[in-house]
Design a protein around this ligand. Sequence first.
Ligand code: ATP
Length: 323
Amino acid sequence: MNVTIVAGDGIGPEVIPAARAVIEIIRPETSFFDVELGYGRWQRTGEAITDEDISLLATADSILFGAVTTPPAPDYRSVIVRIRKELDLYANVRPVWGAGFDLIVVRENTEGLYSGIEKIEADSACTLRCITRKGSERIARYACTLAKKRRVLTIGHKANVLKSDVFFRGICISEAERAGVQVRECYIDALCLDVLLRPETYDVIVTTNMFGDILSDVTAYLVGGLGLLPSGNIGTDHALFEPVHGSAPDIAGRNIANPIAAMRSAAMLLHHAGEPAACGLLEQAVGMTLDAGTKTRDLGGTAGTQEFAGAVLSRLRALVSRQ
Ligand code: ATP
């Protein structure tokens, strides 16, 4: 297997070594290739990502991605949004689990409000929310395939206000009926509260691009913060795995970031690459480390990123050698 690594900006380069080590322990024959992308590169060279980089990323079996900073500048285009679009990574899969709940946010990843169709004029700014049949059908099918193995599909939308969501909702319901999947629906604003109040009632949630982005950050509250949640960006031909969190410039360079989200993203990558045991083994190693009282600051502990990662990795090595 060959894995392209984009450590990126901010805390990306601090948490990605731990994630890479998870892959090295479980699939030692993996070859890695590093690519520098993001805001740091843009500041240095004037380019955050090029067409050649996209072609290079397309040759990887999988991509492990840290995080990139996107400054709110009108001439700067988000690197990760471009990669998702150009590699057609249409399904953003964000699992969230804890005591008594286990849910997956399936976010459409290539269109909606992040389509990049925008116009800024002197007295107005306009962003087009483009929802297509193709985009909606394939994300609905992806979510239905997951829901079929589980319990129920919930559609998160705002069809009472947005005509584009009347369209999205209709397609999701048709796909769920075709797949024989039990389906519910909820307005996205109400869903953001209800998922916190009654997380155990949710299973697979399908929603559009920006709503999914927000909803998955909201669900981080259920597990103790953004440092814990992994994600996969899945397409037909390519896959990229990254923590849900961003580059967190406020804590970058201080060895205090929690590497669990990045390590779990590596386990998702391995699972996608045909290592079904990877996620379970990592969870055991993480659980044992937390139970032993070794925690990063966001979880109330004092361990630094490297110390915590080292403790998880040595347990993971021991678990793998016992298999
Ligand atoms: P970006 O602009 O790249 O999205 P951001 O700071 O706006 O960066 P996040 O990176 O998602 O957004 O972080 C939000 C907050 O969550 C950060 O300020 C940080 O305090 C916290 N956070 C995020 N990731 C972690 C982590 N791995 N460990 C500890 N705290 C984290």
